[in-house]
Design a protein around this ligand. Structure first.
Ligand SMILES: Cc1cc2nc3c(=O)[nH]c(=O)nc-3n(C[C@H](O)[C@H](O)[C@H](O)COP(=O)(O)OP(=O)(O)OC[C@H]3O[C@@H](n4cnc5c(N)ncnc54)[C@H](O)[C@@H]3O)c2cc1C
Length: 427
């Protein structure tokens, strides 16, 4: 197909302009890859790219090609009561919200069956394995190659036999070709002297990476797209106008209308409501997460996960970030910063140095499907719309690859990844 036709849709009805709704990491990666394919691009988003209104701003920064462990694993149900009973635990469901979240939670449990876990794990690996190679050209062009650090990822345990408890996860990783090293207490200290002696065993994944400032990464990608001719409109999409081959236009909250050739829906946790207007009902929840940043240098180099307490400690450009928590209470209620404070409290014993310095807290909305993998597909009834949302806990990892796939779908090319597991119809 030709996309050089200056406004003329080609034979397949695919136009040369693509409107990207939502400019978080998935949206800005899509914008950059679409520009590389020669498309004219407009990104519509009420938030400034890289700002704290986006989930992409405050995540833990993991860019991990070997990420292939679904959130819902066999035996997950065993842990849920313990997590829910602990006010500082990693999971919280607001009681009044439970009836709303229940169908999603049941699907989440359904996804923990071993045969399904095997499929999801393979799908995760197929998407994530190319994350570096899809980020690197964009980072080079945007002049921010320092935002990918290939230092590996460390899962630490407070008991000597910690990794044995995660034997199935280790098996999954190994079967997917992910390099795994088991460390004892001495080896942990040699690798990460910043960590205190409470940790007795660890799993080290040397091929993983991290981003020391995910918000700046999104901002740099947006700047790069703008430099290459993309336009950015600060507005919220509120509805769609039907056309003969999908949607003809989007309507913005400010009353404006934009004619559509092709559209990408990458509005993160806000995507499902828009997809419903397009005719697709997708089980979807915001999995609210928190972080606390401390302006301090602990000496930590490698992103470190407390496997027992389920939070992440990440060295960032601006200090140490402690991130975690999954809270089900919807898109609207204000954050409960008690959770961010609890993360910091739990992280204090992790380090040899005291955690002292200016503290900031943040809450963001993970776009969650119950099976831990995103929707990357054309909309069922609006064939000029490409869905690219639902990356849950792995949107930074999946962002670059999704952007490339989106551009391939828009250009009518065979996508780099088999999209069967990511189809909208799987639900
Ligand atoms: C505590 C925490 C830690 C995490 N750690 C990691 C990690 O280490 N590695 C990893 O890979 N992932 C991690 N994640 C997940 C990751 O941050 C997300 O999956 C990712 O940011 C989702 O990106 P997105 O572009 O889909 O959504 P967002 O970044 O939220 O962007 C969506 C955009 O859509 C816009 N939008 C919404 N509605 C509309 C509308 N109607 N019209 C136009 N625009 C609209 C929003 O304003 C927003 O800018 C973590 C998340 C949290 C909360």
């Amino acid at each position: 197909m030709s996309i050089q036709g200056m406004g003329q849709p080609d034979k397949s009805g695919i136009g040369r302009k693509v409107t990207v709704v939502g400019g978080g990491i998935v949206g800005v990666c899509s914008a950059n890859y679409l520009l590389r394919q020669g498309f004219e691009v407009e990104v519509i988003d009420p938030a400034l790219p890289g700002s704290e209104d986006q989930c992409s701003f405050g995540n833990a920064g993991g860019i991990c090609p070997g990420s292939c462990i679904p959130n819902s694993m066999p035996g997950v149900m065993k842990n849920v009561p313990k997590w829910l009973m602990d006010p500082e635990g990693p999971l919280y469901v607001r009681l009044a919200y439970l009836p709303h979240a229940l169908p999603w939670l049941l699907r989440f449990l359904e996804a923990s069956r071993k045969p399904r876990v095997e499929q999801i794990s393979a799908a995760m690996r197929s998407l994530h394995r190319m994350t570096f190679e899809c980020y690197e050209p964009l980072m080079k062009e945007a002049g921010c190659e320092e935002l990918l650090q290939k230092r590996g990822q460390l899962f630490v345990y407070e008991s000597a036999d910690g990794p044995a408890g995660g034997a199935y996860s280790l098996d999954l990783r190994r079967r997917h070709g992910v390099k795994v090293e088991i460390l004892n207490a001495d080896e942990i200290r040699q690798l990460e002297p910043a960590l205190s002696p409470i940790f007795k065993s660890a799993v080290y994944l040397p091929e993983q990476g991290q981003c020391p400032n995910p918000g700046r990464l999104v901002a740099k990608f947006a700047e790069n797209a703008a430099r290459r001719g993309a336009t950015f409109t600060r507005a919220r999409v509120r509805g769609f106008e039907k056309g003969p081959s999908g949607i003809a236009a989007v309507h913005l909250e400010n009353g404006e209308r934009r004619a559509i050739d092709q559209m990408v829906l990458s509005a993160g946790a806000w995507s499902a409501d828009l997809a419903r207007q397009l005719g697709d009902r997708i089980p979807f929840e915001t999995e609210r997460g928190y972080h606390t940043m401390i302006k301090t240098d602990t000496g930590l180099r490698i992103q470190t996960i407390s496997a027992d307490r389920k939070f992440v400690a990440s060295p960032m450009e601006a200090g140490l970030r402690i991130a975690g928590n999954v809270e089900f209470s919807g898109l609207k209620p204000p954050p409960n910063m008690f959770r961010a404070d609890a993360l910091l409290k739990q992280a204090r014993p992790m380090f040899n140095k005291p955690l002292e310095g200016e503290v900031t807290r943040w809450m963001g909305h993970r776009p969650g499907t119950p099976d831990s993998i995103p929707v990357i597909d054309r909309a069922t009834r609006a064939r000029n719309v490409i869905y690219a949302f639902g990356h849950g806990h792995q949107g930074l990892i999946g962002g670059s690859v999704t952007g490339k796939i989106v551009s391939e779908l828009a250009a009518g090319q065979t996508p780099s990844v088999d999209l069967t597991p990511f189809r909208v119809k799987r639900f």
